[in-house]
Design a protein around this ligand. Structure first.
Ligand SMILES: Cc1ncc(COP(=O)(O)O)c(C=O)c1O
Length: 439
């Protein structure tokens, strides 16, 4: 009779064959095959990890989640981390944790958070969802990051935090931001959803702030299908983030863990305010929380993806430089991406801004590229305040938003992700050439 292990090996072998069959039929036909701006890049290892995890049938967050977060902490050198079900959930958890009444100096409703107006919606939303007031500042031309010089102008007696993304993987001015935050006792929240493995002054993005967030959505640097994470070096912030993620409960024992072996060690021996003595710590709720946990299946995939991260980063950099070298000659028409001296980005994508004096518009070039099967995207919300959802929010603006407006009107991006090939990138470059020659 077959043992379970034999059957499992057989299944995994067949999964490998399916992967190989799919690979054999892949072919790039210029002008016919879509050149995506991003996508998941995987091999049989991810498929086998997922199937094997499904066979384990654990389902909820468990051993694979613990293994992933341990590996992620080892990679980043951070002390505490949590997996969540998306980058958006990571942002919601991070900001909500800083608002927890369990912290010594929580953010309070009505207090202000400085943030760039060029934003992905769920970078901004947790500020609003927690009753905080966003104070919008402009970005810098070419880096697309918050203009740190504008922080001073945005400051008020109510400012408590700075929340920003390293736009498209391009590291923000961390020296300036951290100095400013220290000087004014502000929390720094780094949205690193698009900047995994980018570095500033040799240090990984997402390791500077009080808390940082990551996305493992299919299109990102590392994929779990959907997924995200939070990192911090502050134990109290980590505890509240875990509580917010896990229904708001006070206990930080893992699912299935119980006294005396549980991590908290105090399951039945406390008196919590109005609750009876010894009320089960697992059902004591200290925050108004959510359930934002991912499945173990997602983490099984993440474990395999993390091993490939250095190779992914190398490819992203190669692809970016290949495009940069080729498109530099069109600088009269486009603002090319710019980085700070200390920045070493692992680019999420390649942003371009059509200059006002160019003989074509963004709509012209984007339509042309799309017609030629080259995928493009706008730079997130452009000026997020122009979107219907934000018509009635409470906010302040500090200074002009001229560069943000320029992004709204004239910026788009194309892909550099590791799934692209040299052949595809050459086709992208030729298509730019053909377009420019027509104008
Ligand atoms: C800067 C930024 N923050 C947050 C998110 C949200 O991540 P997710 O799609 O995993 O919810 C994204 C999504 O692409 C993003 O670009």
């Amino acid at each position: 009779m077959d043992s379970e292990q034999q059957l499992r090996n057989e299944i995994l072998e067949r999964v490998f064959r399916i992967y190989q069959l799919r690979e054999e039929t892949k072919e790039f036909i210029p002008g016919k095959t879509r050149v995506h701006y991003s996508g998941r890049v995987f091999d049989e290892k991810e498929m086998q990890a997922l199937v094997s995890c499904a066979l384990d049938f654990w389902l909820t967050l468990g051993p694979k989640g613990s293994e992933f977060i341990k590996n992620f902490l080892d990679y980043t050198g951070m002390q505490y981390g949590l997996v969540v079900n998306s980058g958006s959930s990571a942002n919601l958890t991070a900001v909500s944790a800083l608002c927890s009444a369990q912290l010594e100096h929580p953010l309070l409703p009505g207090e202000e958070v400085i943030t760039p107006a060029l934003a992905f919606p769920t970078t901004l939303n947790p500020i609003l969802q927690n009753g905080l007031i966003p104070v919008f500042i402009d970005i810098e031309e070419g880096t697309y990051n918050l203009n740190a010089q504008k922080l001073e102008e945005a400051l008020s007696g109510k400012t408590r935090a700075i929340l920003f993304a390293h736009t498209l993987g391009n590291p923000a001015d961390m020296d300036f931001i951290l100095d400013f935050a220290r000087q004014h006792d502000l929390y720094v929240i780094e949205d690193t959803c698009d900047a995994l493995d980018s570095r500033y002054d040799g240090k990984l993005c997402g390791t500077f702030g009080d808390i940082s967030t990551f996305s493992f959505y299919a299109a990102h640097h590392l994929s779990m299908g959907e997924g995200g994470a939070i990192l911090t070096n502050h134990l109290p912030v980590y505890r509240q983030a875990q509580s917010i993620r896990d229904w708001g409960r006070a206990c930080w024992c893992q699912t299935g863990e119980a006294n005396p072996n549980g991590a908290c060690g105090h399951r039945f021996d406390h008196k919590y305010k109005n609750l009876p003595y010894g009320y089960d710590h697992k059902y004591v709720f200290s925050n108004i929380g959510y359930n934002l946990k991912p499945l173990d299946l997602q983490c099984a995939m993440g474990i395999e993806q993390l091993k490939k991260l250095p190779l992914f980063t190398e490819k992203r950099k190669q692809h970016f430089h290949m495009l940069y070298r080729a498109l530099k000659k069109y600088e009269a028409d486009f603002i090319l991406p710019r980085t700070l001296l200390k920045a070493d980005p692992s680019w999420f994508a390649f942003p371009l801004t059509v200059k006002p004096e160019a003989p074509f518009t963004r709509r012209d070039i984007v339509s042309y590229l799309e017609e030629h099967q080259i995928e493009t995207r706008m730079l997130f919300g452009g000026n997020i305040l122009k979107h219907p959802a934000y018509e009635n929010i409470r906010y302040r603006i500090a200074g002009s938003l001229d560069c943000t407006e320029q992004v709204l009107e004239n910026t788009f991006f194309i892909g550099v992700y590791p799934g692209l090939t040299e052949e595809m990138l050459k086709y992208v470059i030729q298509t730019f050439e053909a377009f420019i020659n027509q104008h």
